[in-house]
Design a protein around this ligand. Structure first.
Ligand code: HEC
Ligand code: HEC
Length: 434
């Protein structure tokens, strides 16, 4: 079954145990918030309750009891993750007219400069040789159209007619959550699904549209690479967050920086409210009701989830980390630095214990949390923190820590921890192994 969520209108329920509002008792230094006690509330009738949908037992627990995932679902989910637009061409083409912008002015050089990636495995040998021999014009938008025709641009799906004119364009999950290994050239290589594309300048791409207002364009152009605001079009606030990995979430019960809900909840939210795919997403907790029929999302959520859960976080690159120092750093993490009080267990988060944290408790700006369901932050499951060149920070939801050293300094200051220079260096080395 799904992790409880289906877009509005289907029968699946979401047990969406709400975290309690933050504890206002200042005596309570822990200020931790548990939601598990509330799981008993049962709400039926997906589109009328003030929660998306609900069911009796926490679905997240069901995730753990599931056996190995069905290979058929994983394969179907991979195709969805990479190629499914949920019909969002009606937005990216009919509303934003980005197909016109691309075919008239986006050369491959421009596309690579805004962080788009090219899948070398989609290129026929002749095209690869031509790129190597510099006989392909990377400054010609027609070459971009050829790449789209080959389905070689990660996360961008184009329809090209028999006169080689780009007529439709849409985006997929791979747009933000895939990159390449640069094996062929910078920006061109084998796909790395689930890896956030930290070069991708989503705002700059959307700002190319002739349909956005000058005020919107200014906001989009303010985001910069690797960041995106998945709530700007909902509440009008401008607070982009770092695009996170979509891998390593198999054993994490609640997703996104604010731990709002399950993975399929968020997948439906993004597909419908951000990608502008077709479906119905309702969550009255954040005042969102977006209905864009027909529903092309619900039926894909189970396979999509299976694929996401099959994506493991990559291991550290051998030779980039001092193993002895990292071993000592592990001890520092678990003892004097107190990191393991929140980053617990094999997934390095206490969210599975039903805990979320107030912004004050982890020294974070409350503004983004305020826009979410929980108004709190989830202890980020630490994964692939250091995997150059693709993953080198920034860290925290808003990217406020540029480096792992900044992360450690943040906690030293916040918690008044005393670390020697060596302990600090060892801890950083350990973080690189996660
Ligand atoms: C335009 C860029 C963009 C697209 C497209 C996009 N996402 Fe995301 N995704 C984000 C951002 C930004 C966040 C962080 C939001 C937050 O935590 O509040 C995120 C968060 C997530 C998370 C949570 C990660 C975690 O650590 O809990 C998952 C899972 C995810 N996205 C999957 C998907 C899937 C599946 C799709 C396609 C249906 C998709 N995303 C499409 C930008 C994008
Ligand atoms: C009070 C609970 C708590 C403690 C203690 C704690 N963390 Fe965190 N950690 C969090 C929360 C919550 C976040 C998410 C904050 C955000 O994104 O704004 C986070 C995020 C992070 C991130 C960012 C991950 C990413 O991908 O952006 C790193 C790295 C990290 N913590 C490392 C540490 C280290 C190292 C220590 C010990 C020195 C530590 N944490 C102690 C709760 C905690």
């Amino acid at each position: 079954m799904l992790d409880g969520y289906s877009a509005c209108g289907l029968g699946e329920g979401l047990p969406s145990p709400l975290p309690l509002a933050s504890n206002t008792n200042v005596e309570n230094l822990q200020m931790r918030v548990a939601w598990l006690g509330l799981a008993g509330t049962v709400l039926l009738g997906a589109c009328t309750s003030d929660r998306p949908t609900a069911a009796e037992s926490p679905p997240a627990d069901a995730l753990f009891s599931e056996g190995p995932q069905d290979p058929g679902s994983i394969a179907a989910g991979m195709a969805i993750f990479r190629n499914e637009t949920y019909g969002d061409e009606t937005f990216w083409t009919d509303t934003l007219h980005l197909h016109e912008v691309i075919r008239s002015s986006v050369s491959p050089a421009t596309a690579l400069a805004v962080g788009l990636k090219v899948d070398v495995d989609a290129l026929p040998e002749a095209v690869r040789s031509a790129i190597k021999a510099h006989t392909v014009d990377l400054n010609d938008p027609a070459t971009t159209v050829t790449l789209l025709k080959l389905n070689a641009v990660l996360g961008v799906i184009g329809k090209v007619d028999d006169k080689n004119t780009l007529t439709r364009v849409g985006i997929t999950c791979a747009f933000c959550h895939s990159t390449v290994d640069n094996s062929f050239a910078p920006g061109i290589g084998h796909r790395l699904d689930g890896w956030p594309n930290r070069n991708l300048n989503v705002g700059a791409i959307v700002a190319l549209s002739p349909a956005v207002t000058p005020a919107q364009r200014a906001v989009f152009n303010s985001w910069g690479p690797g960041r995106y605001d998945p709530r700007f079009n909902i509440d009008g606030k401008n607070m982009p967050v770092v695009i996170p990995p979509a891998f390593g979430l198999r054993h994490v019960k609640r997703e996104i920086f604010t731990g709002d809900d399950t993975i399929s909840y968020w997948n439906a939210y993004v597909a419908i409210t951000q990608m502008h795919g077709h479906g119905h997403f309702v969550d009255r907790r954040i005042g969102v009701d977006v209905n864009n029929p027909p529903d092309l999302v619900s039926s894909k959520l189970a396979a999509l989830r299976a694929y996401q859960f099959s994506l493991e976080a990559p291991n550290a690159i051998p030779g980039t980390v001092d193993a002895e120092a990292a071993k000592r750093g592990h001890m520092v993490f678990n003892s004097v630095a107190k990191c393991s009080t929140c980053h617990v267990g094999s997934v390095f988060t206490d969210v599975n214990q039903g805990v979320l944290h107030t912004p004050a408790e982890d020294g974070q700006d409350p503004a983004y949390a305020q826009r979410s369901v929980t108004k709190l932050y989830r202890t980020t499951p630490l994964r692939a923190l250091w995997h150059p060149p693709q993953l080198t920070g920034p860290y925290f939801h808003d990217g406020s820590a540029a480096t792992l050293a900044d992360v450690v300094d943040h906690y030293v200051k916040l918690q008044g921890i005393k670390l020697t220079d060596r302990q600090r260096a060892d801890l950083i080395e350990y973080l690189k192994t996660l």
